[in-house]
Structures are given as C-alpha cells and as structure tokens.
Design a protein around this ligand. Structure first.
Ligand code: UD1
Ligand code: CA
Length: 449
C-alpha cells in the first residue's frame, strides 16, 4: 500500500457538547476521542499531522500520550477546508495519498480505512469519499448522486432543502486525496454557503475535472459515527463496549451479563476468567486465568495473577494480588498495595500502600495503612494500623507468623517480631520482640506541649 500522510482535524471546540472541555478530550471506554483517532492514524500512515486550535495545548498533550503526530495550528475555525489548508507544507512535500480523519470520529476501523486507501489507489482517483447509509442522516452532509452513480455534490445539513434532507446516504467526512489535487483545490475554495465556512467536501468540484472522484460505500455504519453531542457519545460508548466485550468473550472470558459489565479498552483478561454483573474494569487492569470477579467490583490498574477471587463490591486501585488469594466482599485496596499468594483479605478491610506476605489473613473490618506484613500472619477483626499522627505517616512492620488479637491498635512507627501475639484490645506503641505476647492499653496522661 502507498505511503499515506494522515491529517486529523481537531481544531473545533464542539459547542454541541455543552462542555468546558474540547470535544475530542471526552473519553470513550477510558480513552479520549483523539487517542482513538491518533492510534488508528499511526497504524496506517507514514506521518500523522493534527490540526489543533481550541485548547490546543491540552489536545496536543493528550494526543501524544497515545501516539505520535506533528501539529499545525488553526487560529480561527473557518471550516474543514480551511483546517486542512493549515497543513499545506506537509501536503506539498508528500507524494502519496493524503487521508483525512476527524478527531470526533473515533469508531473508524482499520479495515474500512484500508479499503478506502486501496480503492483510491486502484482507480488512480483524485478524491475518494467514504459514504454510508444511515436511517437517521440528520447532522451529516448528504451525498447527491447523478443518474450514472457518480457523486454530483454534497449538501451540508445547514444547506439542505426538503428533498435533499431525505437522502440517507451521507458523507462520513473521511476522504483520501491525491496530494497535488488537494493542494490545488484548497486554493480555489470559497465560503459562499449558509455557514460562511470553507467546506472541505467542496474541493470535489475542482478535483472532478482533473481525475476520478470516487464514492466508497461502507456497510459498517458504526464506523462513521461522528460525535457531536453527548447523545452521540453515549451511543459510541455502547458500540465500543459491545466490541470490547465480544472480543473478550471470543478469547474465552465468561461474562455473565454483557450489557451490565463495563470494560475499558486497555484491560487484558486471560481465558477462563468469570465476571459477574455490574463490574467495572478500568485502565491497565490485568486478570490472570481462572480468576473470578464478583458483582459490582471496580478494578483500576489492578494486576491479578491466576485464580484470584474478588468478591462482591470490592475496589482495587493500582494494586497487585497474587494467585489463589481472595479479596472481599467489600474490600478496598488502595494504591500501592501488594498481596502475596494464598492470602485472604476479607469484608470491610481497607489496605493502603501495604504489602501482605504469603498465606496471611486480614479477614474482617480492619484498616492496614503503610504496613508490611510477613508470611502467615493473622490480623484479628477490628485491628487498626494507626499510621498517622496528625502530621506524618509512619510505617508498621509485622514479621512472619504474627497473630494480632481483635481490636488491636498498632500505633506506627512500630514493629512486631516473629511469632509474637497481641491480646484483644491492645494498644501497641512500642516495638514487640520476637516470640512474645503483649496486651493491655498503655493510655496515660500527658500535658500538651
Ligand atoms: C462534517 C462534514 C459533513 C460530514 C460530517 C461527518 C464538512 C463541511 N462537513 O460536518 O459533510 O457528514 O463531518 O461527521 O466538512 N474542524 C476543524 N476546523 C474547522 C472546522 C472543523 O479542525 O474550522 C474539525 C472539528 O474539530 C471536527 C471535524 O473538523 O473534528 C469536523 O467538524 P464538524 O464541525 O464536526 O463538522 P460536521 O458539521 O460534523
Ligand atoms: Ca462532526
């Protein structure tokens, strides 16, 4: 396939979103619209240029998190034709086809784009327009064809009359151009329409005189969905969710209720994992074989090894859980937590920035913060790791085989030695030697400084 230059248009504000944020920064399955588009552009082209304007810096920064691009600036948004013109230097130094993508059309697939570029090349076309038929064409430019089937013109929504408004074949806004003809036709563009804008599709009238002007029809109507308002965004989210869920189902993941499970694009799940309804899997979450995610759990950047069971209502954020460990119901693993193999983290337990050694148990109603637990420890119900003295956070460390009695408070910084125990209700303020038992409450009276 010929080397392609892709130009992404993303300078507009997207006023119909009613948002203080630029439209292309809104997220679909955890990834901004512009992220979806730059990834596609990078896959299919030699170079990607993006036209930015509204909130330019933020759009640029966001985009570079997902791919590579050069940027040109469009100060006033005078229309799609004017936007492409801002990339004229890149177009004039490029020999092959120029592909136009929109920052607000994030569902476009590589399959459709490949067909567009191939069709354009085979026919030596000057311009190839991707079209589709929609039951509800409102908002899109309508394709008016001649009796011969060739495209006669495109009528923008604002310029339609009763007759053209009925046409169901629409302009996707995605085109492939010959670079030379694109440059020449842009130079001739005028803005004598109802919006006073320089319309990119209008370049076709100049180009049609010099080279074939081709429609390329796609049946994949979902691909061309342009996000103009929040209804479109919600619709796109549904479509993309269904695609993601289907991919996981095909790879061997059991999803009990696909309509009530939400999985972001970056999540990886091994075969034979089971996911119960209401769960929300986000970011770079990884789930190992045979794991079970109970109902209504939320996992973000969670790394689970094989055979982990996360029970109902649990939340795991930026944390790791090793194999055969169970978490929950209703556990909360906050960032920086690492649980080893065969552990049990029970109901209403919160952990933060803590490591738990193999075989240890924190079965009920505890707070474990800034702590390091050895192997085979048992933490009684109601235990609190008091890590904060009002000014600073402090560490607690338990060696292997430590048994903490119910309702113990461990006042950090504190260490408990190997094989030691605390009695129920103890308040531990000093380090405990190995092989010993401590109990009691050392609350005494001190005058405030
Ligand atoms: C455009 C097409 C329409 C097509 C539809 C498909 C034109 C004139 N119309 O209409 O035929 O059916 O897309 O979704 O092209 N942009 C800029 N600078 C500008 C104007 C727009 O960068 O000066 C960018 C926007 O940020 C957006 C994209 O171009 O990402 C499309 O602009 P938008 O205003 O949404 O065009 P539509 O009215 O949807
Ligand atoms: Ca649009």
């Amino acid at each position: 396939m010929a080397e392609v230059l892709t130009i992404i248009l993303a300078a507009g504000e997207g006023t119909r979103m009613n948002s203080k944020r630029n439209k292309v920064l809104h997220e679909l399955t955890g990834k901004p619209l512009i992220g979806h588009v730059v990834e596609l552009a990078n896959e299919i082209s030699r170079q990607t240029v993006c036209v930015i304007g509204h909130q330019a810096e933020m759009v640029k920064e966001t985009m570079l998190n997902y791919g590579t691009a050069e940027f040109v600036y469009q100060e006033n948004q005078l229309g799609t034709g004017h936007a492409v013109l801002q990339a004229r230097e890149y177009i004039s130094s490029h020999q092959g086809p120029v592909l136009i993508l929109y920052g607000d059309t994030p569902l476009m697939s590589q399959e459709t784009i490949s067909r567009l570029i191939a069709g354009h090349g085979e026919k030596n076309a000057g311009m190839t327009i991707l079209t589709a038929e929609l039951d509800d064409p409102a908002g899109y430019g309508r394709i008016v064809r001649k009796d011969t089937g060739e495209i006669e013109k495109i009528v923008e929504e604002h310029d339609t009359d009763d007759k053209t408004a009925q046409i169901k074949e629409v302009n996707s806004g995605i085109y492939c151009f010959s670079s030379k003809l694109l440059l020449k036709s842009l130079a001739q563009l005028e803005n004598d329409n109802n919006q006073g804008e320089y319309y990119l599709p209008e370049t076709m009238h100049y180009i049609a005189k010099k080279a074939p002007l081709l429609p390329l029809f796609t049946e994949r109507t979902e691909d061309i969905l342009g996000i103009n308002d929040r209804r479109d965004l919600a619709q796109a989210e549904r479509i993309l969710q269904r695609r993601i869920i289907n991919e996981h189902l095909d790879k061997g993941v059991t999803i009990k209720d696909p309509t009530r499970t939400y999985i972001e694009a970056g999540v990886k799940i091994a075969p034979d994992v089971t996911i119960y309804p209401g769960s929300y899997l986000r970011g770079e979450t990884r789930i190992g074989r045979d794991s079970i995610i109970g109902s209504n759990c939320q996992l973000k950047n969670a790394v689970l090894s094989a055979g982990v069971e996360v029970r109902q209502g649990s939340i795991i954020m930026d944390s790791e859980v090793d194999s055969a460990t169970t978490v929950g119901p209703y556990a909360y693993l906050r960032p920086g937590t690492k649980i080893a193999k065969s552990c049990r983290i029970g109901n209403f337990v919160e952990l933060k920035k803590s490591q738990v050694g193999e075989g240890s148990k924190v079965p009920h109603l505890s707070y474990v913060g800034d702590a390091n637990l050895g192997r085979n420890c048992n933490i009684g119900a109601g235990t609190i790791f008091a890590n904060y003295d009002g000014e600073k956070k402090h560490q607690t460390s338990l060696a292997d085989n430590v048994f903490i009695g119910s309702n113990t408070t461990l006042v950090a910084p504190v260490k408990v030695g190997k094989n030691s125990s605390t009695g129920a209700g103890s308040v531990v303020t000093k380090d405990v030697e190995k092989n010993s038992v401590v109990l009691g409450v050392p609350a005494r009276f001190y005058k405030k400084k």
